[in-house]
Design a protein around this ligand. Sequence first.
Ligand code: S3P
Length: 456
Amino acid sequence: MRSVKSYRAPQNPNRESMPHPLTARRSARISGRVRVPGDKSISHRALILGALAIGRTRIAGLLAAEDVMATAQAVDELGAEVTQKDGTVEVLGQGVGGLRAPQGPLDFGNSGTGSRLMLGVVAGHDMRVEFTGDASLCRRPMGRVLTPLITMGLQVEAQGEGGTLPLTVRGTGDILPIEYDLPVPSAQVKSAILFAGLHAPGRTTVIEPLATRDHTERMLAFFGAELHAEDKAGGGRAVTVCGDAELHGAALSVPGDPSSAAFLIAAALICPGSDLVVENVLMNPTRTGFLDTLREMGASIEVLDLRDEGGEPVGDLRVKAGPLKGVRVPPERAPSMIDEYPVLAVVAAFAEGETHMAGLAELKVKESDRLAATAAGLEACGVAVRIEGDDLIVRGRGAVKGGALVETHMDHRIAMAFLILGLGASEPVTVDDVTMIATSFPGFAALMTSLGAELA
Ligand code: S3P
C-alpha cells in the first residue's frame, strides 16, 4: 500500500524554463488495438466523492496524470487518506463535512477542474484554505465559481488580480442552499455548487442553459445522494441535490477518456490506410459531440460492444481513414465536445471544404486561449483559417503543408492537436513544448509511436 505522496506523478519545478520540443512527421498508417488512460473528469470526481463518503472507495483505472494527482494530493491533505495498491487507488472517506484544514496551500498545478471542484467542497467546511496553481491556472477566471459559492456562504479573504488564483477562502459549516442559473455552460461550476450543496440544509438547484457533462450527477447518485434532474426546453437542464447528504464508499472503474481518444481517432482519420480500435472509451452522450461531428464529415467510426460500466456507457471504437468533407458545427453542441475543438480544427484542415465551428467563447478561457492558439497554429502550417467573433472557420483542402514551429502556450491539448497535424502534413511540424501533455495524457508520444506515428 503506497501513500499518494509517493504515488503522485513527478512534477517538474523548472517546467516553464525547460521546454521540450517534439517533431511529428508524415506517417504511413495508424493501426492497432489500444486503450487510452482513464477519463480525467471522472477521475477527479471519484477522488472527491470518495473523500466525502463514509468508508473506503476503491477506484480502478484512475488517470495517473498530473492534474488528477494534484486533486489526489489535495484530498489527502484535507484528511481523506489516498493510497495505491496493485493499480487500484483507495480513498478513506471522512463523510460530508468531515474534512480537516490542510497544513499548507493546496497546489492544483494546471488543473482548472480540480481547483474549481474543490472550491465547492471547501465552501461547506469551516476552514481556511489557500488555493494555488501554475502560471496558466493563475490566469484563469475563478469568479464564475466564487460568485455562487459566496452567495452560499463562502468568504474570499485574498485573491489574485481579477479574481484569480492564488486565492485564500474560508468555508462554513452553515452553508446555505441556493437555486442558481448558470451564466455559462460549465460542468465545473455546476459541480462546485452541487458539492457545496451536499452540506447545505435543503435543496440546491443548478439550472444550466445547455446540458454539460453529467458525471457529477451520475456519480452522486452512485454514492447514494438524492438527486433530481429535469430537462428544460431548448437543451438546458435543472439539477437538484438534497443537502445533509450521506454518501457511502463505493467501488468504481474509470473508463477511457474520450477527449484523449480524440487524438488517436483524428490521427487514424488523416493518415491513409489507418485502421484503429480504441477500447473501453467513455460514450456518455454529454461527451460524444466530436464523434457526431466526425460522422457528419463522413468519417468511418463504428461503436463495438456498447456496455454499461458503473453507471456510464462505454464502447470500443473502430476508426478507418477516408475522405472527409467540411461541415457546420452548431453552437449548442459545444459543451459536448468543448475540449475537442483544437483537434477537430486539425481534422477539418484535411477535409474538403469549409468547417464552421460556432459559439466557441468558452475556448478562450481554457488552459490557453485555445481559439487564438488553434488559429495561429493552423495558419503557421499553411491552412486557411479565420476567427469571426466566437466562431472558428477552417477551409480544408484535403491536404496540409505543415513545415512550422507551433506555439503551445503551456496547453496540453494544443500540443497534442498539432503533433497529430504533423502526422498527416507534407512537411514536419514541431511543437515548442510537450511537457504539459503529462497533465492529461501520460505516455501519449510512446502510445502514438507504437501505433505507427513518426514522433521524435
Ligand atoms: C470539465 C469541464 C469542462 C472541460 C474540462 C473538464 C469537467 O470545463 O473543459 O476539461 O471535468 O467538469 P468547463 O466546465 O469549464 O466548461
